[in-house]
Design a protein around this ligand. Structure first.
Ligand code: UD1
Length: 416
């Protein structure tokens, strides 16, 4: 699964079914630690990040059964320490901290890993938990934390908008004594889905999806079932694939409302877009895209997780376009691989400027992060010749059956 051989010069046409959201499934899996009762979760995508999250829960003592849905029983959790070899693999593992502290009052976890896209600090998670009453020491790469009694509800202003820290604070506040208000909270749909799940098992959270989230702490949570929302980044990636290949695509089982900003930019680039309740149709046949000038921003702005895909769009568009990355530093590593394929780009600080060319050419390329790998694969599908994509394991962390889905749309991708 580490190397792909891709025959290029293809148009991507047809229907694709979108999987459940990675970035909603991961926090929700870790939130199950908060309850002793049984949970069933459906629409969980098949990804290596999810497999690692499940291994981590099993390591802590949870019992997990998988058929069409996931059955999770965390009543048997009896380990509060998460080791390097699991934590180091996914950034999302930080979400064990809040729930372990809230339910068991203690936790010891290794500092989290994940994609190499900048420094990715955890100060906001630590600060939030400390304000709610935790005592936290970081020693030799381990976070050692405990809380005396229940967390105590507080007003918390987030100095920086963070998806991860908003979820950590929400998880801890769910079982706290009194009211917690998270001000300047992240508004991403994945936060709303996490709050919806927690409310369905007895939490009292309002305002998720807005800048202020109100969490009235409860004593105990119960069991329940939840269906994960569709993956908006996977949807956006397929829409870009159709746009750059002059194709025609219908994405099914998605949520168009979560992609408003992405769709506005694709329309500006020349795509004809129609949407229904759970589908998006994009027609780019016979047209070359027009380049765009955009900035990534917290939701409802353009997602940083779509930055590399939009850069690819600019690279093969007419005119000069630029994308400014405002969320993470060091998120242009993939760009040097696109230069090997003929891209004309210039990077200055956090802005990447593209001078559009009509065609890319094949090469040997190397993936170094999740979204960048999807971008290199899309670039290979439209390049002239055969491209070898190395280190493709990054892709499988966050895209369910991506080569299969692309092949059904007319790509020619072989896993070597
Ligand atoms: C999540 C997503 C990731 C997405 C990102 C931004 C998951 C598993 N990952 O990542 O796909 O790219 O949101 O939409 O859901 N920051 C701090 N201190 C902290 C935490 C964050 O300074 O304690 C900074 C980060 O360095 C970054 C910004 O805040 O500059 C946003 O990070 P955050 O929203 O927390 O991203 P993640 O939760 O890591």
């Amino acid at each position: 699964m580490n190397k792909l051989c891709i025959q290029g010069n293809k148009h991507l046409n047809g229907n694709v079914i979108i999987s459940g959201s990675k970035n909603a499934a991961l926090p929700i899996l870790f939130m199950t630690i908060l309850t002793e009762e049984k949970i069933k979760i459906s629409n969980v995508p098949n990804l290596t990040d999810i497999q690692i999250a499940l291994k981590l829960l099993i390591h802590l003592g949870a019992k997990i059964k998988k058929d069409k849905i996931l059955h999770i029983d965390t009543s048997s959790i009896n380990i509060f320490c998460a080791p390097y070899y699991l934590i180091n693999k996914i950034r999302a593992s930080i979400w064990t901290l809040g729930p372990l502290l809230a339910r068991f009052r203690k936790a010891k976890i290794f500092l989290p890993g994940g994609c190499k896209i900048g420094s990715r600090p955890i100060d906001l998670h630590i600060h939030g938990l400390t304000q709610l009453g935790a005592t936290i020491n970081i020693n030799k790469n381990y976070i050692n934390a405990h809380v005396k009694g229940r967390f105590q509800g507080k007003y918390i202003f987030m100095e920086k908008i963070s998806v991860g820290a908003t979820i950590t604070i929400m998880s801890a506040a769910t079982l706290a004594e009194g009211l917690t208000i998270i001000d300047n909270a992240a508004c991403e749909p994945e936060i709303i889905d996490t709050a919806k799940f927690l409310n369905s098992i007895g939490a009292n959270i309002t305002g998720a999806g807005s800048k202020k989230i109100y969490i009235h702490g409860v004593l105990k949570l119960k069991g329940g079932t939840h269906k994960i929302i569709p993956d908006r980044i996977e949807t956006g990636t397929f829409l870009i694939g159709a746009t750059i290949s002059k194709g025609y695509i219908i994405c099914h089982k998605t949520e168009p409302k979560h992609l408003t900003n992405v769709l506005i930019h694709l329309s500006k680039s020349g795509a004809k877009i129609t949407t229904g309740k759970d589908w998006i149709k994009l027609d780019m046949r016979g047209k070359r895209p027009k380049s765009l000038n955009i900035k990534t921003a917290p939701y409802p702005g353009l997602p940083t997780d779509m930055q590399s895909q939009f850069t690819l769009l600019n690279i093969i568009s007419t005119g000069v376009g630029s994308i400014t990355e405002t969320i993470f530093e060091n998120r242009f590593i993939y760009a040097s691989e696109l230069i090997k394929m003929g891209a004309k780009i210039k990077i200055k600080n956090n802005t990447i400027t593209s001078f559009g060319i009509p065609k890319l050419i094949s090469s040997d390329v190397l993936c170094s992060d999740l979204r960048g790998s999807a971008t290199l694969i899309l670039a290979s599908c439209i390049a002239i010749g055969v491209t070898i994509v190395n280190h493709a394991h990054h892709l499988f962390r966050g895209y369910d059956s991506f080569p299969d889905k692309l092949n059904k749309l007319g790509a020619d991708i072989k896993i070597i």
